[in-house]
Design a protein around this ligand. Structure first.
Ligand SMILES: Nc1ncnc2c1ncn2[C@@H]1O[C@H](COP(=O)(O)OP(=O)(O)OP(=O)(O)O)[C@@H](O)[C@H]1O
Ligand SMILES: [Mg+2]
Length: 288
């Protein structure tokens, strides 16, 4: 029932060409499960009827096509280097119907791009924004100078941590860093590899309280995902866990997390008039 209402809302929006919601999936520490989470959240959105594009922005280290067990048509690096390509030429589809763009290799640091390449990137993104409901960006770990400007432009940032103290402190440092550049950014917290789930909840609540106390910033708890052997198995089989193991506890928790997100204020679509993603990136890079 809920899904139908959302689908309807999204369809209405599409007809008015509303921009997609842009979400970056980040972490302070590496290896906490970002790529698996981005992939399976994107697939869940596709299953719920949303036009979703997964964008591998872990340039040089990207592994989305490996996780999907799919051969990508091209990469964002190809699009940037080969001016005869349209952005749609580098969109690949996996067997579940998920659209994705691979990161590729050999890209100079974003901050060093010449204006022409940046314009091309922005025009490509613009096209994607107006042809999708959600753009999900799988990022590399940590906030580098490079990715910061892109993160600043996202509508939302999903921060993934595990219960490990080092992962938590790195998540906090990352949020603090982004917050120091933009106080209005929305953060949604995810704890992955919790064992048991209740521990993950406690950990997120502690992180939330710390952020409120020291940064005076409200953040939302998005959900807890359990430690689950099926993740590793699925990675080995090159099939996303929510596809190979639809009844696994991790899949159920993930679906729950996506439902919670879709029913929250954060998922409410942005209106076309609002100063959105592309305008924000443009401002960041060109000051206009
Ligand atoms: N919930 C989980 N239960 C068990 N193992 C998990 C879980 N989540 C992730 N893993 C393990 O952690 C590995 C790393 O996951 P993933 O590649 O998604 O992390 P990442 O944050 O994208 O890493 P990087 O920072 O290198 O990009 C997986 O291959 C899997 O073995
Ligand atoms: Mg990754």
């Amino acid at each position: 029932m809920k899904d139908q209402a959302y689908n309807l809302r999204m369809k209405m929006l599409q007809s008015q060409n509303a921009p997609a919601k842009t979400i970056a999936i980040v972490s302070g520490k590496g290896g906490v499960g970002k790529s698996n989470i981005s992939t399976n959240i994107s697939l869940s959105l596709v299953r719920k009827g949303y036009k979703t594009l997964l964008f591998d922005l872990d340039i040089g280290m990207g592994n989305i096509d490996i996780l999907l067990g799919s051969q990508s048509k091209g990469t964002i690096v190809d699009f940037l280097h080969n001016t005869s390509l349209q952005v749609t030429d580098v969109i690949s589809k996996d067997e579940s119907g998920l659209s994705y763009i691979s990161g590729g290799n050999g890209l100079a640091s974003l901050v060093e791009w010449e204006e022409e390449k940046m314009e091309r990137f922005l025009n490509g993104l613009n096209e994607l924004v107006y042809s999708h409901d959600f753009l999900i960006f799988d990022m590399g770990a940590g906030a580098t100078k490079d990715t910061l400007s892109l993160l600043m432009a996202m509508d939302e940032i999903f921060v993934v941590t595990t219960p490990e103290p080092t992962s938590l402190t790195d998540a906090y440092s990352m949020i603090k860093y982004i917050y120091s550049k933009d106080q209005t950014k929305e953060f949604l917290l995810i704890c992955n590899r919790a064992e048991p789930i209740s521990e993950g909840k406690e950990i997120l609540e502690r992180l939330q309280k710390t952020i409120e106390k020291f940064l005076n910033k409200k953040v939302s708890l998005l959900g807890v995902l359990p430690e689950d052997k099926t993740v590793r198995k699925a990675v080995g089989q090159q099939k996303p866990f929510s596809v190979s193991y639809p009844n696994a506890s991790i899949t159920k928790s993930l679906e729950h997390l996506v439902d919670r997100y879709l029913s929250s204020d954060e998922s409410k679509p942005i209106t076309a008039e609002k100063n959105h993603f592309i305008k924000r990136i443009g401002k960041m890079f060109f000051g206009r």
